[in-house]
Design a protein around this ligand. Structure first.
Ligand code: NDP
Ligand code: 8X3
Length: 268
């Protein structure tokens, strides 16, 4: 039997307890991933800007699953804050197996000619530059892992553009390109790099996009069954639990009632 095969079998048998670093864990997909991984007894580093939510979540996961959770409070747009937070991780948290680059947002929904420049900057700085800052800082810590893996949360918006999606779509096209580029550059380090690209999912995403207009947000999901955060957490869990020699490069997940951005089977 070849060494790689033997190693696979050993790792699979051990049902490894991994350390999982999740950005944007205060809501939506990131929070659902935290719950899923805590349930499966992994160690978690949860990050986000809303420290009150992080504390409540860590306590909740401890009570429910006895989960070992560290919380880090930073804005992914702040490159120094990202670097300092990760450099100053306690020694026992410096072996990271899985990075889930999830923090992100859409801000606004306007034709590009009417676009708000602050919105553009928020999306590019968070979805693209934030992902880069976190990845660069976490990379050396992944090298100590026996099963290093980066999962980028892209979007169907990174596959096809839609009306008024312009800059958000561009930022997610960038995530798609960066995922492919990372996979090539990190190949020789044995790091798996995957992208999960969801369609419409009911989280706080649309509340953020429409800046707290709850009616506009609810309207997005009217008349069909959107994805739920747990659906994406289940996919992330599956992608990160495959044998060492198997990588899912790209997983596009849509609600059954959505064919592509803008094409829905709505029962209104
Ligand atoms: P939510 O708004 O529910 O969650 C977004 C998370 O990102 C929050 O935890 C938020 O934390 C964090 N975040 C946002 N900006 C920053 C920042 N500057 N620094 C640190 N953390 C930040 O949305 P989703 O769960 O839906 O979104 C998660 C990812 O999935 C995003 O990348 C989004 O683009 C993508 N996506 C969403 C889809 C959907 O339809 N919902 C479909 C396809 C992809 P906090 O505010 O506390 O900092
Ligand atoms: C979020 C999904 O279709 O609103 O990335 O862009 S969509």
């Amino acid at each position: 039997m070849r060494t790689a095969q033997k190693l696979n079998i050993i790792v699979e048998k051990q049902v490894m307890k991994k350390t999982i670093f999740i950005t944007g864990a205060t809501s939506g997909f990131g929070k659902a991933c935290a719950e899923k991984f805590a349930q499966n007894r992994h160690r978690l580093i949860l990050t986000g800007r809303r420290s009150d939510r992080l504390s409540i979540e860590a306590e909740n996961l401890l009570q429910k699953y006895g989960a070992d959770v560290l919380t880090l409070n930073f804005d992914v747009r702040d490159r120094n804050a990202v670097k300092i937070a990760i450099e100053n991780l306690p020694e026992e948290w410096k072996n990271i197996d899985v990075l889930i680059n999830n923090a992100g947002l859409a801000a606004g929904s306007d034709p590009i000619q009417d676009g708000n420049i602050d919105d553009w900057e928020a999306m590019i700085d968070t979805n693209v530059k934030g992902l880069l800052y976190v990845t660069k800082s976490i990379f050396p810590l992944l090298l100590k892992s026996e099963c290093p893996h980066i999962v980028n949360i892209g979007s169907i918006a990174g596959k096809e553009v839609y009306a008024k999606g312009n800059v958000y779509c561009a930022s997610k096209f960038a995530v798609d390109a960066l995922t492919r580029g990372m996979r090539i550059d990190m190949l020789s380090h044995g790091i798996k790099v995957s992208q999960i690209a969801p369609g419409a999912a009911e989280t706080e995403f649309s509340q953020v996009r429409f800046k707290g207009d709850l009616d506009a947000a609810a309207n997005v999901y009217k008349g069909f069954a959107p994805l739920q955060a747990e659906d994406i957490a289940n996919a992330v869990e599956w992608v990160t639990s495959l044998p060492l020699h198997v990588n899912i490069n790209d997983l596009v997940i849509m609600p059954t009632a959505q064919a592509s951005p803008g094409y829905f089977n709505k029962q209104l």
